[in-house]
Write a protein that binds this ligand. Structure first.
Ligand SMILES: [Zn+2]
Ligand SMILES: [Zn+2]
Length: 367
């Protein structure tokens, strides 16, 4: 049987390549990809700003089991799996042997990207989500998708949503705490719903009206429009007003701009906690000045978070099973493309003509 992948062949260049779908090796699972989201980091790679080259694009996906390798009878939560079941893999690997893994930090395993980043020509070829098939490796966590979670929602579970569930669940957020979320993009909306279900008071800051409207649907108690509250001081005053002078116990940065971190340090209350996820660039253009004395004097805790511990994908699927109808997770995709249109889809996503694009590699190919 033949299958196709959308591989990067150069900066801003995607080519559709065809390979034989290999027989499933021992311990592995071959799935047919149902849907695959275009994530910000896929765009980052396509623009050539990432070390991955000539790899198969896509890592946020949901698929259907096509063949189980010898020895595979359950997912990583011990639930029985059969051909035809919908599953979601954790998109990175855990080697269990590197310094990070030995200390239990599986989310920052040094070899986490070995499989995802490999050359498309290399066996087993189906190593990314923009493809008709995907091979889940023998040591790669994967979970069955609960029946009531639609494909559109499940396809985003293994990246952004799991990362936010992990960040918030491990942050120490408690009932009635106030969390200020900087940025009402996908990550901001997810974190609003998650914090809300944990009993927190949610405030979201953004400058785009439509995003702030969405934030309310995702449970935000208060929204702060940067066009109206146009200085850091005004925003701090507004946070103080809506919290009756208490301030922000937590500030979560998912804005994606360096200046947001400086603002987080200023916003957080005495003894507050800053969760930093939005800044991922580490070149000098991302440099920003902050007042370190504020961290000392306010006794702030700053926590950086990359990926998530792999079992958090299971917690996330359970969270979605419970809440995907209460919050409009299913409305977040605005356009779908075939695999052949991968290049176009990424272009539209990169220029923000389409905010949340999804690729359906099999459905459209068969038409
Ligand atoms: Zn992603
Ligand atoms: Zn490792």
């Amino acid at each position: 049987m033949k299958g196709k992948v959308a591989a990067m062949t150069g900066t801003r260049e995607v080519e559709i390549k065809e390979y034989d779908v290999p027989k499933t090796d021992t311990g592995c699972v071959t799935m047919e990809v149902i849907k695959s989201n275009i994530c910000g980091s896929d765009i980052h790679m396509w623009e050539g700003k990432h070390p991955f080259k000539n790899h198969v694009l896509g890592h946020e996906m949901v698929g259907r089991v096509l063949e189980l390798g010898e020895g595979v009878t359950t997912d990583y939560a011990g639930e029985e799996v059969k051909v035809g079941d919908r599953v979601v893999p954790v998109y990175y690997l855990t080697c269990q042997k590197c310094e990070a893994c030995l200390n239990g930090h599986f989310n920052i395993c040094t070899h986490g990207s070995d499989f995802q980043g490999q050359h498309a020509e290399k066996y087993p070829h189906f190593t990314g989500g923009f493809a008709t098939h995907y091979v889940i490796q023998a040591n790669q966590y994967f979970y069955k998708v609960p029946e009531n979670v639609p494909d559109n929602v499940a396809s985003g579970a293994n990246c952004g949503i799991s990362q936010m569930v992990y960040a918030i669940d491990t942050s120490g957020l408690k009932i009635n705490d106030t969390i200020v979320i900087q940025g009402a993009g996908g990550l901001g909306l997810f974190s609003s719903a998650i914090s809300k279900t944990m009993g927190a008071n949610v405030i979201i800051i953004d400058s785009i009206d439509s995003r702030l409207e969405e934030a309310k649907e995702f449970g935000a108690d208060h929204v702060i429009n940067m066009k109206e509250f146009d200085t850091v001081e005004r925003r701090i005053n507004e946070i103080s007003r809506v919290t009756n002078g208490k301030g922000a116990d937590f500030v979560l940065d998912v804005a994606g701009v360096p200046a947001a971190f400086d603002e987080a340090v200023r916003i957080a209350k005495m003894g507050g906690i800053i969760l930093e996820l939005g800044n991922v660039g580490i070149d000098e253009s991302q440099n920003v000045s902050i007042l370190p004395g504020l961290i000392t004097r306010k006794c702030l805790t700053v926590k950086g978070i990359l990926r998530y511990q792999p079992w958090y994908l299971h917690k996330t699927l359970q969270f979605l099973e419970k809440y995907n109808e209460q919050y409009p997770f299913n409305s977040l995709t605005d356009r779908s493309y075939s695999l052949k249109e991968s290049q176009l889809a990424i272009e539209k996503a990169a220029t923000k003509e389409v905010t949340r694009a999804i690729i359906e590699p099999n459905k459209v190919e068969k038409l």
